[in-house]
Design a protein around this ligand. Structure first.
Ligand code: TMP
Length: 205
């Protein structure tokens, strides 16, 4: 059986850089790796992503949670489950903790509703390991603003919204220390990558 590692954190925490570095390293260790993201990871999921993250859409929190759950269900069945059954390492840019942070803490959707939706999408299965890249939202948003893309619907939310996301990621990590590891994302790229490698070595290899 393979392993699912999710990467979480606020916007601009550097997840995609770190996923690419870990993927290269795991391949050097002889592992087969699938890099993917949520919402997304399939053509259908990428279409949902576009509905969710770009432009000035007026979804409320429940509608957002339903959208990401539809994409997650498809991604789980089409990509993640088959890859895990084939013994691969799946590195996923965001997963269910983002729903708890953005739609739960950010938009106020009750935890119980989000748990039911996760049950529908994955049967309640969570990642084997979750790397939370923790960053001060002011700094993260400054970094994210440098990216030339149109995926800024959440980035435009008030700083208080982003602070709630950060607090939620940290409280998930505190409640689930076996699954989650918090890494200081204000460190340099190489220092962060080294910490991630050592956690993966210690817990999953
Ligand atoms: P990214 O650009 O950081 O990869 O993520 C895309 C956006 O999708 C991000 O701003 C957060 C949002 N999102 C949710 O709101 N709920 C979710 O469950 C997921 C996976 C992402």
């Amino acid at each position: 059986m393979g392993r699912l590692i999710s990467f979480e954190g606020g916007d601009g925490a550097g997840k995609s850089t770190q996923i690419a570095l870990l993927a290269t390293w795991l391949r050097e260790q002889g592992r087969e790796v699938v890099q993917t993201r949520e919402p997304g990871g399939t053509p259908e999921g990428e279409a949902v992503r576009n509905l969710l993250v770009s432009g000035a859409k007026h979804w409320d929190g429940v509608a957002e949670a339903l959208l990401v759950t539809a994409a997650r269900r498809h991604h789980w069945r089409q990509v993640i489950e088959p890859a895990m059954k084939a013994g691969r390492f799946v590195l996923c840019d965001r997963f269910s903790d983002s729903t708890r942070a953005y739609q739960g803490a950010g938009r106020g959707v009750p935890r119980q509703v989000l748990d039911q939706l996760l049950e529908l999408a994955t049967g309640g299965v969570l990642p084997d390991l979750t790397i939370i890249l923790d960053i001060d939202p002011q700094l993260g948003l400054r970094r994210a603003a440098r990216r030339q893309d149109s995926e800024n619907r959440f980035e435009r939310e008030a700083i208080e919204f982003h602070q709630r996301l950060r607090d939620e990621f940290l409280s998930i990590a505190a409640a689930e220390p076996v699954r989650c590891v918090v890494i200081d994302a204000s460190l340099g790229i190489d220092a962060i990558a080294e910490q991630i490698r050592s956690v993966v070595k210690e817990r999953l290899l």
